[in-house]
Design a protein around this ligand. Structure first.
Ligand code: PLP
Length: 386
């Protein structure tokens, strides 16, 4: 049969993280520090809430934008409550953060519209923007600024075609958070240039040392030009439930809801009920945050004591992004050889953009014993490079 795939489908390919996982397949005793999800199961009380909802008969389609009482709970949630979202018109429940982002890019982008994306950043922004016919434009960042986009660099990338700026706070892959001042600078650039801000906050409950990741939508005059994206995947260890949301201007949320109606109808009723219950249990999110803060401390202390590696302390999420530029091999070779010779999966920083070169992403979402063993292996592997 002739090739029936369209041009866009032909351009789809597997991401660099999956490629590393494939390389690990069939190898014995590998410890995977590449995984981007909590290593713990969903709390049993949340599972029970879903079970009870299903038993109560909530087994049908839900409203396309999600159950209203769930949207009300989302609007009241600590991260965005100050923005004062109207739960009926300004919030849509989506299939995780990914469902929110992809839906959004489809309703806002005309062919050729440009979207500014930090470099390095989570891989999927670029592919989602391209698939929606937009053009991802990388904004280079520097380790000295904890990979935050500088105002002058953002401005230098703005053209007449720029429609939006993506920010990710706390960041995957770096684990750093944007300060209030940095957010204010991005906010004024967005206002001066009439741009939308896409604020991906899926790690916003995983912030350490008593710090906070501020939601840009809560800054003055920003709610009207921000789409806040969030999810229960990381905050409540619910990756498999596929539930998240977008909050933003009525006109955008309305069209996202119509698109959702046509593409998937709605998010699973049980997942919505489970996530609604989770929102009332902030203690569960706090426990998960404490768990990763302890692992962050362990991994940071160990990794930064390895000669040849340096890194700043991550402030959130569950990633650390060490600098290996002083070692005699590049980050791709480092990760490939580390896997082949020491049985540890890490992701080369290059996978997240040009500016990630010379760095590696380690996910510390793993057991303490695996973390200790893998860091020992990394230490020994680096010894062999001398
Ligand atoms: N945004 C970032 C920065 C992520 O790292 C991820 C997942 O890894 C997502 C969004 C999407 O997660 P989900 O669709 O599970 O909510």
């Amino acid at each position: 049969m002739k090739d029936v795939l369209n041009k866009k489908a032909r351009s789809l390919h597997q991401g660099a993280i999956r490629a590393m996982f494939d390389r690990a397949l069939g190898k014995e005793g590998v410890i995977n520090l590449g995984i981007g999800e909590p290593d713990i199961p969903t709390h049993p009380d949340i599972i029970q809430a879903a079970y009870e909802a299903l038993n109560k008969g909530l087994t049908h389609y839900t409203p396309n934008a999600g159950f209203l009482d769930f949207r009300r709970a989302i609007a009241r949630s600590p991260g965005i409550a100050a923005a004062g979202y109207d739960s009926e018109t300004e919030i849509i429940v989506t299939t995780g953060g990914m469902g929110a982002l992809s839906n959004l890019f489809f309703v806002i982008l005309e062919p050729g519209d440009e979207v500014l994306v930090p470099d390095p950043a989570w891989l999927n922004y670029q592919s989602q923007i391209s698939f929606a016919d937009g053009v991802p434009v990388c904004v280079p960042t520097e380790p000295e600024q904890k990979f935050a986009m500088l105002p002058e660099t953002i401005k230098s990338k703005i053209t007449t075609k720029t429609k939006a700026i993506v920010i990710n706070n706390p960041s995957n892959p770096t684990g750093y958070i944007l300060t209030e001042n940095q957010l204010k600078e991005i906010a004024s650039i967005a206002q001066e240039n009439d741009l939308l801000v896409v604020s991906d906050e899926v790690y916003n409950t995983l912030v350490f040392d008593g710090k906070m990741a501020i939601s840009i939508a809560t800054l003055p005059a920003m709610k009207e030009r921000t789409i806040t994206v969030n999810s229960f995947s990381k905050s409540y260890a619910m990756t498999g439930w596929r539930v998240g949301y977008a909050a933003g201007p009525v006109s955008i949320i309305k069209k996202m809801t119509f698109l959702q109606e046509n593409l998937i109808s709605c998010v699973s009723s049980a997942s919505q009920e489970a996530a609604k219950y989770a929102l009332a249990r902030t203690d569960i999110a706090a426990d998960i945050c404490n768990l990763y803060e302890e692992k962050r401390n362990l991994v940071f202390n160990e990794i930064s004591s390895i000669p040849g590696i340096s890194c700043l302390k991550p402030e959130g999420a569950f990633y650390i992004f060490p600098d290996i530029r002083n070692l005699p091999i590049d980050s791709v070779q480092f990760c490939e050889r580390l896997l082949d010779e020491a049985g540890v999966v890490c992701i080369p920083g290059d996978a997240f953009g040009e500016n990630g070169k010379g760095f590696i992403r380690i996910s510390y979402s793993n057991s303490v014993s695996n973390l200790e063993e893998s860091i020992l292996r990394i230490r020994n592997f680096i010894e062999t490079l001398k």
